[in-house]
Design a protein around this ligand. Sequence first.
Ligand SMILES: Nc1ncnc2c1ncn2[C@@H]1O[C@H](COP(=O)(O)OP(=O)(O)OP(=O)(O)O)[C@@H](O)[C@H]1O
Ligand SMILES: [Mg+2]
Length: 248
Amino acid sequence: MKRYAVMTLKGGTGKTTTAVNLAHGLSLSGKRVLLIDCDPQRSVSTTFGVSSDKGLDVLLLSGDVEILHVRDNLYIIDSGGRGLAEAEMKLAAVKDRKKRLFEALRYLKGTDYVICDCSPSINLINMNALYFADEVIIPVSMDYLSEVGADQTLGIIEEVKGLMGGDPSFMLLATFYDARTRMSRVVLNELRSKFADRIFQTIIRVNSAIREAPGQNKTIFEHAPLSRGAFDYYRLTEEVLALDKLDD
Ligand SMILES: Nc1ncnc2c1ncn2[C@@H]1O[C@H](COP(=O)(O)OP(=O)(O)OP(=O)(O)O)[C@@H](O)[C@H]1O
Ligand SMILES: [Mg+2]
């Protein structure tokens, strides 16, 4: 089982979009995927038009959970919305509070991929996701502040490794790429020279179909399968599958 967290400290860089479409891409290729909404904003659950009163909040506190079956091979754990923020406060007093997610899913079977969609913050829920994950995908939109956010996120990953002995590796993903703007080209070049093979070859381009899809409760593969967005997320899925094969 491969465990991914999609995370960066900068908001609006395409974390949820990436978590949702990568999860669906992998499930379409025959893998069994569990997508965990780790954000009180509930963006993953909203995208699929589902919710549960036994979400991640309940899982972290009591170990109980409802796993929602949303598509062939694709399952979801709802975040619990505000309940997740409340759970975070309660967890603060609990021993091993940063390892709750790892412990709760320790014996999960029959799943090829678990993908956590994180909020853009430093909090206990994200610490749990980082401790749980083998790999962190850091979406970087093509602007200066997003680059800074990626650097800050890498700092947190290092801290987590030091603090808890977890060992997630990371991959950057260029998002919101617009070939018409100089900024996109400059930021992408900088990232590629700085991170070399730690950045996906796949680039996610700006595409209006990506923005429309959640409003239809659809992924990009359902909403606009012939769009640029579907092509880019298809390529990302293929790249993740190829990288995971190398690891095996
Ligand atoms: N490649 C893209 N082209 C156009 N719009 C996009 C693209 N990727 C994401 N969007 C849109 O941009 C907005 C922010 O994306 P998303 O919700 O995935 O970001 P996020 O990083 O999860 O945000 P947050 O930090 O709030 O969790 C959404 O409306 C989404 O549909
Ligand atoms: Mg999000």
